[in-house]
Design a protein around this ligand. Structure first.
Ligand SMILES: C[S@@+](CC[C@H](N)C(=O)[O-])C[C@H]1O[C@@H](n2cnc3c(N)ncnc32)[C@H](O)[C@@H]1O
Length: 375
């Protein structure tokens, strides 16, 4: 699969769509909201842009995409006449993702979103600034904007996706695993780490050309607390359980062993130190803040969970749908679509057993970097 051309979250609104299965990602946007709001206020106070350009990289589609747009508009409204003096300020949003993203879904919900935003602001005696929303298809590992043109870059739960399966990770080097698992050889873990270093450095270089002097960036990624690359908390568990599901299908003769051995998911969960190191190497950015959150990794809403309404089985199914919404295009392109239902049914069972087991459960680690362009 060529990631840049073929990869996408599951489109539309059906039961396995990203729009219906992205509550964990939504929780990350909510948890990091104070940092995003602060970065926008700081930038407005510092630069006083009349016409502000804001880009969300790896925006996907559904409620999460517009939640970010709404947060920015509300922040600007709340701070008008206070930190943000320009009553005539206009905002241009660019929503970026790969070409396979369901951009139509965003634009079909935009009219309703605008009405809700207007009402929400009006209730509080506020008026939203004139704003314009455009889509921008392309990989964030390439140049996306003209030089010195973007005031604020945002990206949530996207930059841990690599540009490709790690270079030189071939054949059955990672036998029986789809990611960095307990039996992964250290050399394979190192290849993952190298690919992330290369990709993240490239990402920062591109953005540094595009951002205005003293522009701001807030990047949130799935990361890890531990220095040890083999321990990324719940993310490690999820990929172990997916590998286990595929191994079951190999035993049943539904999947060829070589197919499993050659399948590797292009994601890397960095540590705080790794991120800091790569930003320092770039030399063009200051770290204003860096925070690590240990998020509740439950894929169901609090409402669905009240008073034990959700059983371990329901949580297992919900986690399976969340993983499927993100991974289906990758899995189909490698194994074909005939195994999807069975694989994710096995995963749901495995995840349910994991919840019911006595093993200590970890949360999903998320790291947010608040950066400022030096010049
Ligand atoms: C887990 S989703 C997060 C989406 C959204 N920001 C949210 O919080 O719900 C990750 C998104 O990153 C996008 N993505 C991955 N690699 C990308 C790349 N190289 N360039 C642009 N988008 C990319 C995927 O297509 C996907 O929509």
């Amino acid at each position: 699969m060529k990631i840049e051309r073929d990869f996408h979250m599951m489109k539309g609104d059906d039961e396995f769509s990203y729009a219906k299965n992205s509550r964990i990602q939504r929780r990350a946007i909510l948890a990091t909201r104070p940092i995003v709001k602060k970065a926008i206020r700081d930038m407005c106070l510092d630069l006083h842009p009349q016409s502000m350009v804001i880009a969300d990289l790896g925006c996907s589609f559904g409620a999460n995409t517009l939640l970010f747009v709404s947060e920015v508009i509300t922040t600007i409204c709340e701070n008008r006449n206070n930190t943000i003096k320009e009553s005539a300020m206009e905002v241009q949003f660019f929503l970026n993702d790969l070409p396979g993203n369901d951009f139509n879904h965003i634009f079909q919900s935009l009219e309703q979103f605008e009405q809700l935003t207007k009402n929400h602001c009006a209730c509080r005696g506020l008026q939203p600034p004139p704003h314009y929303v455009a889509a921008l298809a392309g990989s964030f590992y390439t140049r996306l904007f003209p030089c010195n043109s973007v005031h604020f870059f945002h990206s949530s739960m996207s930059v841990m996706w690599l540009s490709q399966v790690p270079e030189n990770l071939n054949g059955s080097m990672n036998e029986g695993n789809v990611h960095i698992g307990a039996t992964t050889p250290p050399i394979v873990a190192k290849l993952y780490q190298n690919q992330f270093e290369k990709d993240f450095s490239q990402f920062l270089q591109m953005r540094c050309r595009e951002i205005v002097p003293r522009g701001r960036m807030v990047l949130t990624v799935v990361g890890r607390k531990s220095q040890d690359v083999f321990h990324a908390g719940k993310t490690t568990t999820i990929f172990e359980l997916l590998s286990q599901g595929l191994r079951t299908l190999v035993t049943e003769g539904r999947v060829e062993k070589e197919k499993l051995d050659s399948f590797n998911i292009p994601i890397y969960c960095p540590s705080v130190d790794e991120l800091k190191q790569l930003v320092w190497q770039n030399e063009l950015l200051d770290i204003s803040d860096i925070q690590l959150f240990e998020m509740d990794g439950n894929p169901m809403d609090d409402l669905e969970l009240v008073e034990g309404a959700a059983t371990a089985q329901a949580i297992g199914q919900s986690m399976s749908a969340t993983l499927r919404a993100a991974m289906e295009s990758l899995i189909t392109s490698h194994f074909g679509d005939s195994i999807l239902d069975e694989l994710f049914a096995v995963f749901a069972r495995n995840f349910t057993n994991y919840i019911e087991s006595d093993v200590e459960k970890s949360g999903i680690t998320v790291i947010t970097l608040y950066l400022q362009a030096k010049h």
